[in-house]
Design a protein. Structure first.
Length: 197
């Protein structure tokens, strides 16, 4: 198996990915970021997320995915979602889950929520952190388990990742995306994906 692990999230200025109801508000949705995210997932061989993190894009039904759940013992075909495998990490490893989903190589896109992101902290080759500094979500859901006690930057750095060059996704709202690379990668294996202006 040869996988490249990539994380994707957009956060508010206070490090939140959702509001106090665990819902991503419209204030955190930007066309530039949505385009970037959709293009990235179109390239991925496998998507990994929890029950509340489905991306809901036009190509979503075509994508192979692992959906984390405690409702099954280990692995099962999801009867409700096309191309999806239900995965309980307590009953099966990621390698077993990806094999069950018939995916053995390529980019694995981790798209949340916080517990799912944290499961892969030691495996990310790149974590794409989109930030919306004009948005604040007091009492919201932190993007990682350690937020807001730590900033998203501190959490990523604490797991051996370092930031690359930020790219502007929405100039009017100062929204950027920054790739965080594994420190022991002297040269990032690929560049920031091109996005349309």
């Amino acid at each position: 198996m040869s996988f490249r692990f990539e994380g994707y999230v957009i956060v508010s200025a206070d490090g939140m990915l959702a509001d106090a109801r665990h819902v991503m508000p419209n204030s955190l949705k930007f066309e530039g970021d949505k385009r970037f995210f959709e293009q990235a997932l179109d390239r991925a061989a496998l998507i990994v997320h929890g029950r509340h993190s489905h991306e809901g894009q036009p190509n979503s039904p075509k994508r192979k995915r692992l959906i984390l759940t405690r409702k099954i013992a280990a692995l099962a075909v999801d009867p409700e979602t096309p191309n999806a495998t239900l995965w309980n990490p307590l009953g099966a490893s990621f390698e077993e889950a990806s094999a069950f989903a018939a995916v053995s190589s390529g980019a694995v896109a981790i798209i949340g929520g916080p517990v799912v992101f944290d499961m892969f902290m030691e495996r990310y080759d790149t974590f794409w952190l989109s930030e919306a500094p004009q948005v604040r979500l007091p009492g919201g859901e932190g993007c990682f388990v350690g937020v807001p006690a730590q900033t998203p930057h501190e959490v990523l750095a604490g797991h051996g990742l370092k930031p690359g060059e930020a790219q502007i996704l929405d100039a009017a709202h100062d929204v950027t995306v920054t790739p965080w690379y594994r420190v022991d990668y002297p040269n990032p294996p690929y560049e920031t994906p091109h996005t349309s202006p």
